[in-house]
Write a protein that binds this ligand. Structure first.
Ligand SMILES: *Cc1c(COP(=O)(O)O)cnc(C)c1O
Length: 374
């Protein structure tokens, strides 16, 4: 039984929607783009949405649109997908990392304030693995110090804090639709905001710096080609219409994993019980307990992969990636919680169509592999 780490959930409806677009002349900047943006803005509950070709592009446009650049600092998490920190480097700004909480794996909101300097322009929290950050506290700190909040919600579509959707807390927020995400457009991302100036600016930057209504060769500013084609948007519209069903399937898979793994004292399950927040299940990442070394964890991953089970070490700390070490001279030990967690995580196969039999098989194989390396 070969089981991938992730697998998109594409039905005949998605295939039809995509081929329908191909029968029209509107493959880009057409009606599907506007429809996808409007429906996504409605779903999250924000005024404006701008679809772009990746989550990374959306993050970059946020940094650029808020005028964050050389000499500025942005506070963020070192335990994330690398794009959430790279977006600052694109503009010459410096990511300033704050260690995470061991329970939620999100940025420790109580350690943010001590990192604020005269150069700090923004806070960029990441809802890691779909579990919401303490946005109310983060917003309070941001307000006190007049900082922008950019919410990286790429892993958290549909998550809620006190029945308020994740992605509505920041001055802007970002979602992503790579095929391993809860919903996909193949490649794609979305920038959301309630600020009309940010909306117009980011929309222009997406489309080579053109202003709306201006000619194709009239460029008001340095822009990019970050457009998302109508083919991708058509796929996104159908996926979004199925979002509740898809999130439910993932939640059910997480409950089954919990059931088959809860008797294993060597692992820490990802499920957290906090009635105030609703998680969106992006990945199912277990942690080995403190007795295990990084080498043992890597051996377990190798054993599982040898059995055809896709799994991965999520996330290697951003500050220890080679080019961050080269540029900022980070040394191991500076963010101890991030590093301790990162050395012991294993992301298990996780997607909508995972079957009970597959989950049972993965759980048994994991327990066997742990026994072998102990
Ligand atoms: C997926 C993801 C992104 C964006 O990724 P793209 O591949 O560029 O769409 C950004 N931040 C986080 C935390 C992510 O998980």
């Amino acid at each position: 039984m070969k089981i991938p780490l992730s697998n998109p959930d594409i039905t005949r409806r998605e295939i039809k929607a995509v081929t329908d677009v191909l029968r029209t002349p509107h493959l880009s900047l057409g009606p599907k783009l506007e429809e996808f943006e409007n429906k996504f803005a409605d779903y999250i509950g924000r005024k404006y949405a701008i679809a772009v070709n990746s989550g990374t592009s959306a993050l970059h446009l946020c940094i650029r649109s808020f005028g964050i650049g050389v000499g500025n600092e942005v506070i963020t998490s070192p335990f994330s997908f690398i794009a959430s920190a790279n977006c600052m480097l694109f503009e010459g700004a410096k990511p300033v990392f704050v260690d995470i909480r061991e329970d939620t794996l999100n940025i420790d909101e109580d350690k943010i304030e001590e990192k604020i300097t005269a150069k700090t322009k923004a806070i960029l929290p990441v809802h890691v693995f779909g579990y919401p950050c303490e946005m109310n506290k983060i917003k309070r700190v941001a307000k006190k110090h007049k900082l922008v909040v950019i919410e990286d919600s790429c892993e958290a579509i549909g998550a809620e804090i006190g029945q308020k959707m994740v992605g509505t807390f920041g001055d802007a927020s970002v979602f992503a639709f790579y095929p391993n995400k809860q919903m996909t457009t193949g490649e794609g991302g979305m920038l959301l905001s309630d600020d009309i100036d940010i909306y117009h600016l980011a929309k222009s930057l997406r489309n080579q710096g053109r202003d709306e209504g201006a000619g194709w060769h009239a460029h008001s500013r340095l822009g990019y080609n970050y457009r998302l084609s109508d083919i991708n948007c058509a796929l996104g519209i159908v996926q979004l219409s199925r979002i509740e069903e898809m999130l439910k399937k993932r939640e059910q898979a997480s409950v089954l994993y919990d059931k088959y793994l809860s008797d294993c004292p060597d692992i820490i399950l990802p499920s957290l019980k906090d009635k105030k927040v609703k998680r969106s299940w992006f990945v199912y990442v277990i942690r080995l307990n403190e007795e295990f070394s990084e080498e043992q964890r890597n051996k377990i991953i190798t054993l599982l992969r040898g059995k055809g089970i896709g799994c991965s070490a999520y996330f290697p700390p951003i500050h220890l990636q080679s080019f961050y070490v080269d540029e900022f001279s980070y040394k191991a030990g500076v963010f101890p919680i991030t590093e301790a967690v990162a050395a012991r995580t294993i992301a298990l196969p996780f997607f909508n169509l995972l079957t009970v039999r597959q989950i049972e098989h993965i759980a048994e194989s994991l327990k066997n592999s742990i026994r072998k390396v102990k």
